[in-house]
Each structure stands twice: as C-alpha cells, then as structure tokens.
Design a protein around this ligand. Structure first.
Ligand SMILES: [Zn+2]
Length: 168
C-alpha cells in the first residue's frame, strides 16, 4: 500500500497519545485491544487526534483475531461530541478507531475489510510482536473501491491543537 500523494492526507498524533495506544496493545496481548479516536480533520486536510478513548474488546468471537468496540463507549462519545442527541456540537468528532494485531503485521486483515463500512473513519492498527509494539499504521477506506489505503501516521512531540490544522 502506498500513501496518497496529495498533501495533508496524513494523521497526526502526539507521542503521549500514541503511547496510550501502544501500551493498550501490549497490555491486551495476546488478545486484541481496541478503542476510539476523537479529533479533527478529514481525508483531504489530514487528521489530528486529540483524544484516545480505550474500550473493552466486546467481540463475541475469539479476541485473538477480532475486536469490537463497546457500543456504549461509542454512544457516549458521540453524544458527548454532539454527533448524536441534542447536546451542543463539539469541534471534535469521532475520526476513527484503533485495534491491535497480536503476532500479525499492522496491515488490515480480510476480516477488517469485511467490517469497514464507514468511509469517514481512520483505522489505526498496532502490530504487536511477542508482546511488544512493532509498528503502528493508519489506513482509510479508499472511496472508489473497497480497499484500504495506508496514510502516513506522524508522531508529534507535543499535543496538537485545532489551530494546527488551519496552519497546514
Ligand atoms: Zn484487524
């Protein structure tokens, strides 16, 4: 998978937030971890992650090769961000989610593709090798066909602010 050539189509995340995801992936090993990502941006402007919201893996099948974010966690986040319900709209929104691949590369699996029905969401995948985070990648669903496309994941030393997007 090659990253898109259009500028800005990346996802930026601060080192502490990326650390949270990496730690969750290692703690869950050899099962898969999962959670949600709140932030700003879109496919063309790129994304900035402002918050990582961990979830229990509530998949009914084997947690070693499948994941499912707790629907209550998702509901609560979307209501808090004003994406559902009558609450005030936040400038953040749910931009994606993350999960881990224990002892598998951080490439989307066939199972992931089968579950990818929300083209707006970024998929962050953590490859975990014998309990240690190996590689973290980000993917979006290619709008024209049903394949994933990897996008650059940029780790930033500090927390990103909304203004960063306007500067880029
Ligand atoms: Zn997966």
């Amino acid at each position: 998978m090659t990253p898109p050539s259009t500028p800005g189509g990346e996802i930026r995340i601060s080192a502490p937030l990326l650390g949270l995801i990496s730690d969750a992936a290692e703690a869950a090993f050899p099962a898969e971890c999962c959670g949600l990502l709140a932030g700003h941006g879109n496919h063309t402007a790129g994304f900035v992650v402002t918050r990582v919201i961990p979830s229990d893996n509530v998949a009914e099948t084997d947690h070693h090769d499948s994941f499912e974010v707790d629907p209550q966690i998702r509901f609560d986040l979307m209501r808090e961000l004003g994406e559902i319900g009558d609450g005030p709209k936040s400038d953040e929104r749910m931009i994606g989610h993350y999960h881990s691949h224990p002892n598998h590369p951080s490439e989307p699996s066939a199972r992931d593709l089968a579950k990818a029905f929300e083209p707006d969401l970024v998929w962050v995948i953590v490859g975990v090798k014998t309990g240690k985070t190996d590689k973290i990648t980000a993917h979006i669903l290619h709008p024209q066909d049903t394949t994933f496309q990897e996008i650059p994941l940029l780790e930033e030393a500090r927390t990103a602010y909304p203004a960063d997007l306007e500067d880029s």
